[in-house]
Write a new protein. Structure first.
Length: 160
């Protein structure tokens, strides 16, 4: 899961997680990333200059980013803040999450994102949920349904 998953998914849903000892963290067999917050400015906005100042303040101001990250247990986009490490280890997984994820940040490649990702992810989540509920008898049946639904939803891409 993404870095935000520890405080916002595990800790929020497992009431015993905050005491530690129930969860651990390890590296995945391959690097990936998902999530993040995206901001834009409406082309016809009457306040584009002010909006631009807000975007810079919220996404590039080191003090703002550090305060946000620490107050919200969120992973910042600033390499210096990540390198400093979180002020304490996560009680949920017993490690400093900024330091844990720091080596992987250099491998993030935003160029692999496409306009299709959200549709594909939602399709996968839907089919996986159905598989876990017993709608598909085998993994192969689930994967076939996933590919069929992606082909149906996205006519302009090739699905093998």
């Amino acid at each position: 899961m993404s870095a935000m998953g520890v405080p916002w998914i595990i800790n929020s849903n497992d009431t015993k997680a905050a005491n530690g000892g129930r969860w651990g963290i390890t590296t995945a067999p391959f690097n990936y990333f998902w999530g993040g917050t995206w901001m834009g400015i409406y082309a016809k906005s009457q306040q584009q200059d002010l909006a631009w100042e807000f975007v810079k303040f919220f996404t590039a101001n080191k003090d703002t980013l550090k305060k946000w990250a620490l107050d919200n247990q969120d992973f910042p986009n600033n390499l210096d803040i990540i390198a400093e490490g979180a002020p304490s280890d996560s009680k949920v997984v017993g490690t400093n999450l900024f330091k844990f994820y720091q080596p992987f940040v250099k491998d993030i490649n935003g160029e692999v994102l496409t306009q299709y990702d959200d549709i594909i992810e939602r399709t996968f989540d839907d089919v996986m949920t159905s598989y876990l509920a017993g709608k598909y008898k085998t993994k192969d049946d689930m994967l076939k349904a996933f590919k069929d639904k992606v082909k149906s939803n996205l006519k302009d891409i090739q699905v093998d």
